[in-house]
Design a protein around this ligand. Structure first.
Ligand code: NAI
Length: 251
């Protein structure tokens, strides 16, 4: 692929979808992609409300209240990008949830909800966008996995299974998307300081920080910058990879 005309704005002219963009890692991804020149469509559940509008305003993008598990989620995005832009260049499947419980207490509701958001939706979204002809040639898909999908994590059987599944999706879709010159990669963050991890007990949080080979909690920007690389022309020939960010499989 050609080098960007403007090295300060490698994503100039690109349209990027970021799911789960109202806070945490997703909000920082929106900021970093916008800094690099992309128009960002920031999507999050309708309940995210003002927080989502604030992120979209901050990055000069578009707020899209959207539950990624809704059957018409892909169709809604396709309609937006086809009517207001000339398709979508970058898809960041970042929306994710935890419903942690030790295996003996892992009820079906907790299992299914995590499967729906973390595993089914990222695949379905790509399928629906492709079917609608909304994903541009030369584009990139980046899925957010987790170290828990590589090494497992106590109390997170449902979560770890979905995050391992995301890596399987990347493997399966690499040749499919390559036909359209679209790359697909995953990032697997270790412990990152966000509202999601603030909810875990202190001792577990401290253990999470120590799992990081850098011996500290990661910041959202660490993940976002890696995603920006996968979205940029610099990585046009880089596909089918999983990159650990702020973590190591020490479990
Ligand atoms: P967070 O909980 O702070 O943010 C997640 C966002 O996703 C929220 O704004 C939430 O409303 C949104 N979301 C949830 N369900 C949704 C749905 N059905 N449709 C649309 N949006 C939805 O979480 P955080 O920490 O920013 O995590 C972002 C991603 O990174 C997740 O996929 C998570 O599994 C992954 N991750 C996080 C790590 C961490 O240490 N924080 C480590 C490894 C992976």
């Amino acid at each position: 692929a050609a080098a960007p005309a403007d090295w300060d704005k490698p994503l100039a002219g690109k349209v990027a979808l970021v799911t789960g963009a109202a806070r945490g890692i997703g909000a920082t991804i929106a900021e970093v992609l916008s800094r690099d020149g992309a128009h960002v469509i920031a999507a999050d559940i309708p309940a995210a409300g003002e927080a989502l509008s604030e992120v979209a305003n901050k990055v000069g993008g578009t707020a899209l209240p959207l539950d990624v598990t809704a059957p018409d989620a892909g169709a809604k995005i396709a309609e937006l990008v086809k009517s207001r832009h000339s398709g979508l260049d970058i898809v960041v499947n970042n929306a994710g949830i935890t419903r942690d419980k030790l295996l003996a207490n892992m009820d079906e509701g907790k299992w299914n909800s995590v499967m729906a958001v973390n595993l089914k939706a990222p695949k379905q979204l790509v399928d629906d966008l492709l079917a609608a002809g909304a994903l541009n040639e030369g584009g990139s898909v980046v899925d957010v996995s987790s170290i828990a999908g590589i090494a497992g994590n106590r109390g997170q059987t449902n979560y770890g299974a979905t995050k391992a599944g995301v890596i399987g999706i990347v493997d399966a879709y690499t040749p499919v998307l390559a036909k359209k010159n679209i790359t697909i990669n995953a990032v697997a963050p270790g412990f990152i300081e966000t509202a999601m991890t603030a909810a875990i007990p202190l001792a577990t949080r401290q253990a999470g920080r120590l799992m990081n080979s850098l011996q500290q909690g990661g910041q959202t920007v660490d993940v976002a910058e890696t995603i920006a690389y996968f979205a940029a022309p610099a990585s046009a020939a880089v596909t089918g990879n999983v990159v650990r960010v702020c973590g190591q499989s020490l479990l």
